[in-house]
Design a protein around this ligand. Structure first.
Ligand SMILES: Nc1nc2c(ncn2[C@@H]2O[C@H](COP(=O)(O)OP(=O)(O)O)[C@@H](O)[C@H]2O)c(=O)[nH]1
Ligand SMILES: [Mg+2]
Length: 334
């Protein structure tokens, strides 16, 4: 049960669970600003999460992720579903919650109550942007959004962490995204669940599809035949997001992937692993902050560092001594 406020009116948590968009906007700001009320709110609504289908979109800037999400949002609305979009793209034309430029297809959804769009800027919050974005995704989920689309940019950077929390990961490329194919090939980037080649009117599209097929079958060579048999076969979907072409196929691929992980019991497994990582990430961030606070003025810490600087002590031994000291300082644990 979510408590009602003293005045008798619904609390922010209650309004959020009722799907109130203003409550949702306010709540996301609280977590984005790393305010204690934000954490309290997430605590209150967390039991109501886990219902939304979360899809993460990643890929280099300019390939058409935002446009694609706009087209997909339209399709999902037509199917009667509500949508939440989180854009975590520092290079994107959205900044600080405002939308700039008419080239963003998402603007057409701005008056639709069934669509909630939010861009998140990088803030120095605990655990960083990815942490705040994850809390925001939970808030969208609790607010009853059927679909949550998360857009992030880049490959293997901090922003990608949030992507790990999606049920389905879509890598968006366009003809000529050779770097991304190299990153896949080298294993720098994990194999996503669905690959989209957007701007598929380009003459090099089919070459690109062949190259990606090559990378995918190479990855399968390292697996046993049984493993390959039971495995989800990553679809390569060609789209033209600006014209809405290929969106039906993308929807089918997303649904197919969901059905696959549900049937294989992998959704629970994935979410379990992601939540474990989340708990560890928050704990690690807090531990580091606590260490920094506790050791900031600590003479023993200063002495250790001086010894390292003078090359009398190696960094690893200093870290061991530091951790022993920090453990002693931290007792009793709050
Ligand atoms: N020709 C063509 N342009 C597209 C297509 N999809 C997106 N664009 C354009 O590509 C540019 C970048 O799109 P955007 O969605 O902002 O890319 P993002 O940085 O990946 O989010 C915009 O000017 C879009 O209008 C497409 O399918 N074909
Ligand atoms: Mg974008």
């Amino acid at each position: 049960m979510i408590a009602r406020s003293m005045a008798g009116g619904p609390t922010l948590a209650q309004r959020l669970l009722d799907g109130d968009r203003r409550a949702l906007a306010r709540a996301i700001t609280l977590v984005e600003d790393d305010r204690p009320e934000g954490w309290e709110l997430v605590k209150a609504i967390f039991p109501h999460t886990g219902k939304a289908e979360v899809v993460g979109f990643t890929g280099p800037p300019g390939v058409g992720k935002s446009t694609l999400i706009g087209a997909l949002t339209k399709a999902r609305r037509e199917a009667g579903r509500t949508v939440g979009v989180l854009s975590i793209d520092p290079s994107s034309p959205f900044t600080h919650g405002a939308l700039l430029g008419d080239r963003i297809r998402l603007t057409e959804h701005f008056l639709d109550q069934g669509v909630f769009i939010r861009s998140m800027a990088n803030r120095g919050a605990l655990g960083g942007l990815s942490e705040a974005a994850l809390q925001a995704a939970l808030l969208l989920d609790a607010a009853g959004r059927d679909d949550v689309f998360v857009e992030t940019v880049g490959v293997g950077q901090a922003e990608i962490d949030i992507i790990d929390h999606a049920d389905t990961i879509v890598l968006v490329l366009m003809p000529g995204s050779g770097d991304s194919i190299q990153a896949l090939k080298a294993g720098v980037m994990e194999i996503p669940d669905v690959i989209v080649i957007n701007k598929a009117d380009h003459p090099l599209t089919d070459t690109m599809v062949r190259e990606i097929r090559g990378v995918l079958s190479l990855a399968n060579l390292e697996r046993s035949p049984e493993e390959v048999r039971g495995r989800w076969k990553v679809p390569i979907v060609k789209t033209e997001a600006t014209l809405g072409r290929g969106i039906g196929e993308l929807v089918a691929s997303l649904e197919g992937h969901r059905a696959h992980i549900l049937a294989a019991g992998q959704l629970e497994e994935r979410r379990g692993r992601n939540l474990r990582n989340e708990v560890l990430a928050i704990a690690t961030a807090r531990m580091r902050r606590r260490l920094e606070e506790e050791l900031h003025e600590d003479p023993e810490f200063k002495r250790l560092i001086a010894e390292v600087v003078q090359r009398r002590l190696d960094p690893a031994s200093a870290a061991t001594a530091l951790l022993e000291r920090a453990t002693r300082l931290a007792e009793p644990v709050e």
